[in-house]
Write a protein that binds this ligand. Structure first.
Ligand code: COA
Length: 331
């Protein structure tokens, strides 16, 4: 069951510009108090106009490679999870491959919105079973490009960022001991961007109708999120042969503190074992789980042998979960 694949190194990057709840008060009819009580978010980072997904992804990847002590030339696969690629093609993974000079790596993007990083590590594990040895998985989104800063129901929620991990082989019983990814396309329209693809390509009418921005049915997404985090987490805990008591750290997708707390409570994981940083970043989409994990590791909170439960969910609708036993490097 266990893939004997673990995390060798982590990195993260955010843009320099901070957008606080107070700043948003001057853009839309909202308040710091509403945003804080309904979402737990206090601030988020927003990319400068010249910053694209590959810039943030590259910065996070450099850190992850340095942390892993793996030279770029040893990476044989780069997976970039993003819904805000630099451009429709080439893949952002190829742009990052070139900047890293990771000339021995295959490179492609994965589109699974906020679950993208979880999809990326699932695919990374599967590719390592095929013989790939060092896989760089990057979750990055410049989601602010798809946000209407006149729509208070969405603009308060999201922020930009990138997180990256280097996957490599670990000792038996370490690394990803169980994982899953899933989708329910019947909920595709609950969270989507109508235009910019082949159905409604960019045109003056689509811009005027604001069809290039995120449309979201917040309450439905909220209900889905709490349900799927619990269901998916329970499935991977079962697969791993453990109960929630054994989990040292629960690192969920950071969309809304209320979703996180409701799910943690249902799973029986007390607050001291839940990693939360949504207050500082907002929802960074595919970057959310790897940024949280990178912070956890940076702070020295991930101890050798600790069991970490990762759960992502997002548009699609999609989800992905994994139980990770930290450490066990065989490098
Ligand atoms: N500031 C002030 N008021 C706001 C607001 C804002 N930024 N956004 C919405 N409101 C208003 C609504 O218009 C509504 O007003 P009304 O009752 O007069 O119609 C009221 O607040 C309550 O709206 P509601 O949608 O019921 O709030 P909620 O408690 O469900 O919280 C979300 C809204 C979006 C925070 C919540 O539904 C959520 O987090 N959903 C999941 C979103 C998500 O995680 N998406 C990404 C998934 S990866």
């Amino acid at each position: 069951m266990a893939s004997n694949v673990g995390i060798y190194g982590l990195g993260k990057a955010v843009p320099g510009r901070v957008l606080t709840n107070k700043d948003l008060e001057s853009l839309v009819d909202t308040s710091d108090q509403w945003i804080t009580t309904r979402t737990g978010i206090k601030q988020r980072y927003i990319a400068e106009p010249e910053t694209a997904a590959s810039d943030l992804g590259y910065a996070a990847a450099l850190q992850a490679l340095a942390d892993a002590k793996v030279p770029a030339a040893e990476i044989d696969l780069i997976i970039v999870a993003t819904t805000t690629p630099d451009m429709p093609f080439p893949a952002t993974a190829c742009i990052i491959q070139d900047r890293l000079n990771a000339r021995n790596a295959a490179a492609f993007d994965v589109s699974a919105a906020c679950s993208g990083f979880m999809y990326g590590i699932e695919i990374g594990q599967a590719m390592m079973a095929l013989g790939y040895k060092r896989v760089l998985v990057i979750g990055v989104d410049v989601i602010s490009r798809l946000i209407d800063y006149e729509d208070r129901s969405t603009c308060v929620l999201f922020g930009d960022g990138a997180g990256a991990v280097v996957l490599g082989p670990v000792k038996p019983e370490y690394g990803f001991v169980a994982s899953e990814i899933g989708a329910d396309g019947s909920g595709a329209m609950l969270l989507h961007v109508p235009a910019g693809g082949s159905r409604i390509p960019a045109q003056i009418a689509s811009i005027e109708a604001k069809q290039h921005y995120v449309r979201m049915y917040g309450r439905e997404v909220y209900k889905f999120a709490v349900r799927i985090v619990c269901e998916s987490a329970e499935r991977v805990l079962n697969k791993a042969g453990i109960t929630a008591d054994a989990v040292r750290w629960f690192v969920p997708h950071q969309a809304n503190v209320r979703i996180i707390e409701a799910a943690a409570q249902r799973l029986g994981i007390e607050p001291g074992r839940v990693y939360i940083n949504v207050d500082r970043y907002g929802n960074t989409s595919a970057a959310s789980v790897p940024i949280a994990l990178a912070e956890l590791a940076e702070a020295g909170l991930a101890e050798e042998g600790a069991l970490i439960l990762l759960v992502g969910f997002g548009a699609g609708l999609t989800w992905g979960s994994a139980v990770l036993r930290w450490g066990g490097y065989s490098k």
